[in-house]
Design a protein around this ligand. Structure first.
Ligand code: SF4
Length: 390
């Protein structure tokens, strides 16, 4: 469980919350930003952000996830994926404030991996992740009971994607499991199958299925999908006992939009194009692509590609645009014809960043993300198992 300070509000289980209004600290969505934000049309926003950052000096370290807007990324001291950023923050113990331009679960991970003296700030508390929200602590505890009734908890190892709440990471640590990223999912699964016979993969069914089938030689029949909204996950005890991979029914709303038609369409439009997608995409999209890999893999592949080569990229649009701008000698297009930003990542805009930095510069700690000690200790255990993966 995370506390997002300074808000002190009760959970609202029946809430239908507008983004950016009211508060539900049990969710990655629907929380309020308590500050007086500068107007987005203020022409001095860039100068204000720069001045506040300079005033803070080494006391602040700004992290920018690859999917952030350009207006925000220009102020990042480092950019990267969520795990790299959390490690970068841990490597800067002299920074009292870590301003995380990303989403809620990333700020939690940074809080878990940094010292108690470091304070992690999320400029807009409404910047959540819909995938992380698809697996709550209560739902996962209920799932574990279902697995216990089927008599398989002793042989099941939880593996949770980095894109999950601190609660889910703590559950994973408590039950002997590990965290994985999109770069090391195969290594995490290899390790898990040395510890047990089955894996409960949380919360992204696509990363779990793609890794098991593409990289580990399992069949689609080895995988079942546990639906937390159905009694017993919608599965019989026999199905659970027969499965090797029990995939949580979660997905990324950005990567889930790419379809087989997007791949066929771009191949028809651009002869000779290389299709490069993230493993959070659906299995049929990954199966039809030429290259599959994490955000860092996508960036490196484009760097190494010869001039004149053609690429259609299936990941978040802010990143694709930046990669395309960095390689004018290559033809880089977005895989889908429709615009595909991560809407919650985009909640961190310049007005929120200016407000957070100016507040810190005035000595006011705002939007702190803090994971409680018990959750932190189990979540850390799961993260450390990942760090120890061969
Ligand atoms: S891109 Fe997908 S997984 Fe990443 S923060 Fe947005 S919704 Fe979550």
């Amino acid at each position: 469980m995370t506390t997002a300070q300074p808000l002190d509000v009760q959970p609202t289980p029946l809430a239908l919350l507008l983004l950016g209004r009211e508060a539900d600290p049990r969710s990655e969505r629907g929380v309020e930003c308590p500050g007086d934000l500068p107007s987005p049309s203020d022409p001095d926003l860039v100068a204000r952000a720069r001045a506040a950052k300079e005033k803070l000096g080494d006391k602040v370290f700004v992290l920018g996830h690859h999917y952030q807007r350009d207006e925000v990324i220009q102020f990042a001291d480092v950019t990267g994926d969520s795990f790299k950023l959390a490690r970068d923050a841990a490597a800067r113990p002299e920074a009292e404030y870590i301003v995380f331009c990303g989403v809620h679960f990333m700020a939690e991970s940074a809080d878990i991996l940094t010292t108690d003296d470091q304070k992690v700030v999320l400029p807009d508390l409404a910047a959540g992740c819909s995938m992380a929200d698809m697996a709550t602590a209560e739902q996962v505890a209920e799932c574990w009971d279902v697995l216990a009734d089927a008599g398989i908890t002793d042989v099941t190892v939880p593996v949770s994607y980095m894109n999950s709440s601190a609660d889910i990471k703590a559950f994973t640590g408590k039950h002997g499991g590990t965290i994985c990223t999109s770069s090391n999912a195969k290594r995490a699964l290899d390790w898990a199958f040395e510890q047990g016979e089955k894996v409960l993969f949380l919360p992204d069914q696509h990363l779990g299925r793609n890794t098991a089938v593409r990289e580990m030689g399992m069949s689609l029949e080895d995988c079942v999908v546990y639906n937390p909204h159905k009694p017993n996950g919608g599965l019989t005890a026999e199905q659970l006992r027969a499965a090797k991979m029990i995939l949580w029914r979660g997905h990324c709303s950005v990567h889930g939009r790419f379809s087989l038609e997007s791949v066929e369409d771009v191949r028809a439009r651009i002869p000779g194009v290389n299709v490069l997608v993230h493993p959070e995409c659906k299995h049929e999209v990954v199966a039809a692509a030429d290259h599959v890999g994490s955000t860092e893999y996508i960036i490196k592949t484009l760097e190494a590609a010869p001039a004149g080569s053609k690429w259609a990229i299936g990941t978040e649009l802010n990143l694709v645009r930046r990669v395309a701008n960095a390689h004018p000698d290559k033809e880089v297009v977005f895989l889908d014809r429709t615009v595909c930003f991560c809407s919650t990542m985009n909640r961190i805009d310049l007005p929120h960043l200016v407000w957070a930095l100016e507040s810190l510069a005035e000595g006011k700690l705002v939007n702190r993300i803090q994971v409680d000690r018990e959750t932190e200790s189990f979540a850390k255990l799961a993260l450390e198992r990942m760090l120890a993966l061969p």
